[in-house]
Design a protein around this ligand. Structure first.
Ligand code: 6PG
Length: 470
């Protein structure tokens, strides 16, 4: 029967949960997986009403009503091209292929152009929220044509997360824009996580808090302006024990992995000349953490202040300083991420709406936070806002909190505690508000050794100096 509403390929945890989410909203879903065992398991071990597994790709495709909607939930990179290639033998004009994985946006642009020539619709869709979000309501970031989006919009709207009844999905822009926005979402996710982990380090190593106290701090902070998914899960993580009664956090190896989306965000910042230092430092912090063997050697031969619990300061005030620094660091990180999207939108002519992006980030996704509602308001009030840091709602907080960020960074530095992302946030902040920077000297040096010329502040035109008076 060719009447199922939608097909999902890839029965990993994200694909399966997304398919179940669609089924739970009353749709009929065909599913397919490259290796048979996952499909067989659904077929025989755990049959789900309205979920129809297929072992043969052709039969899977022919089970769908036309125009067909096929969602790929598979590993990004070459497997996506391979699958598109295989699908082409079976799909027809006006069918829709959706890539719901974390694909690189440039690949998405190429695939979009390739499929457009064949009159096959293609959407590159960022889906955030992890396994739980995929099942109960993710934040969805579609990029492609509006016509393609319309084919799947009713399903996406039904299955997406809701923020005060508002669906966390909207058409964002053409070709690779959805995956680009998801990529920046992940970059911000990296910096949020790193800021929280630096906070944990300060609470533990400088203030001497135990896991339960630190957990309670995060749970308390989650009641206020820092309220967010990542703060919430940190509160839960820190107090979790294993069956032997050990805190799990204390036995996890301190070497952070990554799948590359943070790196892509930083590279895009470099390409588009946008300083995403907070995001980039959080990527570097993961890389540095993975140098465990080197760090063990360095710790025995490279000196610095001995990290010890500092009893010389007002503990309550310092905890509040850390809270404010964390919030300000977060604001600066989001400002960098949104500025990057603004530059990308101009460069690729995507015409992104930042209030829409902030709105669909408010629920379902990993970076969901109360802060995003303020960001949505800031962009709704002024859609030509140059920078989030200039929005009145943030300007006032920043002017109130920057001293705390200074206290946190300087205390950490003088106690030998590494806080790369707090430091990057503060340096960016101070660099950004500096009218007369030291870049005049860079220009002079460039002109000195390479005749690269410079502009003057007192005269218009391009200048070169014979620095050696030859
Ligand atoms: C999400 C997450 C998701 C995934 C990250 C993990 O929005 O649901 O971002 O996409 O958890 O890609 O990335 P790393 O392995 O690079 O930390």
């Amino acid at each position: 029967m060719s009447n199922h509403d939608i097909g999902v390929i890839g029965m990993g945890v994200m694909g399966k949960n997304l398919a179940c989410n669609i089924v739970n909203h009353g749709y009929t879903v065909s599913v397919f997986n490259r290796s048979f065992n996952k499909t067989m398991k659904i077929l025989f071990n755990e049959p789900i009403e309205r979920l129809h597994p297929y072992l043969i790709l052709k039969e899977f495709i022919h089970s769908l009503r036309k125009p067909r909607c096929i969602v790929m939930m598979i590993q990004s990179g070459a497997p996506v091209d391979e699958l598109i290639h295989n699908l082409l033998s079976h799909v027809c004009v006006d069918d829709l292929i959706i890539d719901g994985g974390n694909s690189f946006y440039i690949d998405t642009i190429k695939r979009f152009n390739f499929l457009q020539k064949k009159s096959i619709h293609f959407l590159g869709v960022g889906i955030s929220g992890g396994a739980e979000g995929a099942l109960n309501g993710p934040s969805i970031m579609p990029g492609g044509t509006i016509a393609a989006y319309k084919l799947v919009a009713p399903i996406f709207k039904n299955i997406s997360a809701k923020y005060n009844q508002e669906e966390c999905v909207e058409h964002l822009g053409p070709d690779g824009s959805g995956h680009y926005v998801k990529m920046v979402h992940n970059g911000i996710e990296y910096s949020d996580m790193q800021l929280i982990s630096e906070t944990y380090s300060l609470l533990k190593n400088l203030i001497g808090m135990n896991n339960i106290d630190a957990s309670n701090i995060f749970k308390h902070w989650n009641q206020g302006e820092l309220c967010s998914y990542l703060i919430e899960i940190t509160g839960n993580i820190l107090c979790k024990k294993d069956i032997d009664g050990n805190f799990i956090i204390d036995v996890i190896l301190d070497s952070a992995s990554n799948k590359g989306t943070g790196t892509w965000t930083s590279k895009s910042g470099l390409d588009l000349h946008v300083p995403c230092s907070v995001i980039t430092e959080s990527v570097f912090a993961r890389y540095l953490s993975s140098f465990k063997a080197n760090r063990m050697i360095a710790s025995t031969i490279l000196s610095g202040p001995k990290i010890s619990i500092n009893n010389n300061f007002n503990r309550e005030k310092f905890v509040e300083d850390i809270r404010q620094a964390l919030y300000l660091g977060k604001i600066i990180s989001y400002a960098q991420g949104f500025y990057l999207m603004k530059r990308a939108s101009e460069y690729y002519s995507w015409n992104l709406s930042f209030s829409i992006i902030a709105k669909i980030f408010r629920a379902g996704c990993i970076i969901r936070a109360n802060l995003l509602n303020d960001i949505a308001i800031a962009y709704s009030e002024n859609k030509n806002l140059i920078d989030l840091l200039f929005a009145p709602i943030f300007r006032d907080i920043i002017n109130k909190y920057h001293q705390s960020l200074r206290n946190v960074v300087s205390t950490a530095v003088s106690n030998g505690i590494s806080v790369p992302v707090f430091s990057a946030a503060l340096s960016y902040y101070d660099g950004y508000r500096t009218v007369n920077s030291s870049a005049n000297l860079i220009q002079a040096q460039r002109d000195y050794f390479g005749s690269h010329t410079y502009h003057r502040v007192d005269k218009s035109g391009i200048f070169h100096t014979d620095w050696l008076d030859k």
